[in-house]
Design a protein around this ligand. Structure first.
Ligand SMILES: Nc1ncnc2c1ncn2[C@@H]1O[C@H](COP(=O)(O)OP(=O)(O)OP(=O)(O)O)[C@@H](O)[C@H]1O
Length: 260
């Protein structure tokens, strides 16, 4: 039997009278990147909160590694190997690369009750991992995370999740605040994670970024799956039009010109 990493079947989520998600079915496979596209308010945040155990669906089923799950908390989801990296990545700017990398799972040295954090190991190992992921600029684990660029911080956060055994990576707009080179670095990191067998849900507004790495695509419009397709099945123009809610971009451009 094929093991699917994560599957949603007919998932609904309502907040009072607002139906944020309507009958969502989707599949995340190991070693594949699923791009979740959609405009503001389409329901992307609600969907990732369900995947990461922050929300429970109002109805419908969630499966992880073919087993039906109902995560009571993000901690439970994390324990199963689901890691969420948000745009602000949650790193602490005034802490070193080594400390940030091992935050909450600090390596210890010495014998109890005289144990302390093994800073040398943490720094060395964090740099080694970062280098492995292509961050050759980071050579000193004592470097403060606040001095790293946005892209480097994303790579650090994704690398950390991989190191601690994440099977599913949920990346919430990892490239949206970045310049071209920085975004390319993060997209490359995603490819490395995919090669290592992780399944990735890549949330983005940027169709170009999505199409450069995506294997599968899911477009959300007003809480519904408006389209789902695999690489090569649609052109970038088609995807952009879908994301604009079906309104042809050329029509939109004409309207803008008329306003001028
Ligand atoms: N906790 C909540 N309580 C009430 N309504 C909510 C809640 N969370 C989300 N919603 C509603 O659900 C809908 C989808 O919101 P969601 O934040 O998931 O969209 P989004 O695609 O992530 O948008 P954005 O990119 O702007 O974050 C919106 O109408 C929003 O107002």
């Amino acid at each position: 039997m094929t093991t699917h990493l994560m599957q949603l079947a007919g998932v609904d989520k309502s907040f009072g009278s607002t139906r944020a998600l309507k009958n969502i079915s989707m599949l995340v496979e190991p070693g594949k990147i699923l791009c979740l596209l959609g405009d503001n308010g389409a329901g992307k945040s609600t969907l990732i909160k369900i995947l990461s155990g922050y929300h429970q669906p109002t109805s419908g089923k969630v499966y992880f590694e073919n087993e039906e799950v109902r995560f009571a908390s993000p901690r439970e989801a994390r324990q199963r190997g689901i890691a969420t990296v948000h745009q602000d990545v949650g790193s602490i700017p005034l802490m070193s690369v080594g400390r940030n990398f091992f935050l909450g799972a600090e390596p210890k040295t010495g014998v109890w009750p005289f144990q302390r954090i093994d800073t040398n190991f943490a720094n060395r190992e964090a740099v080694r991992q970062m280098q492995k992921f292509g961050l050759t600029r980071v050579t000193n684990g004592e470097q403060l995370v606040g001095t790293m660029s946005g892209g480097e911080r994303q790579v650090l956060a994704i690398g950390r999740a991989m190191y601690f055994g994440a099977k599913l990576l949920i990346l919430d707009e990892p490239t949206s605040a970045l310049g071209v080179k920085e975004a390319a670095m993060v997209l490359k990191m995603m490819r490395i994670a995919r090669k290592n067998g992780a399944g990735i849900v890549f949330i983005t507004h940027n169709a170009r970024h999505a199409m450069s790495v995506g294997d599968d695509f899911c477009v959300l419009i007003q809480g519904e799956v408006a389209a789902s397709f695999s690489r090569g099945e649609k052109s970038r123009e088609d995807v952009l039009n879908l994301m604009a809610g079906g309104e042809l971009l050329s029509e939109l451009e004409e309207e803008i010109e008329q306003i001028d």
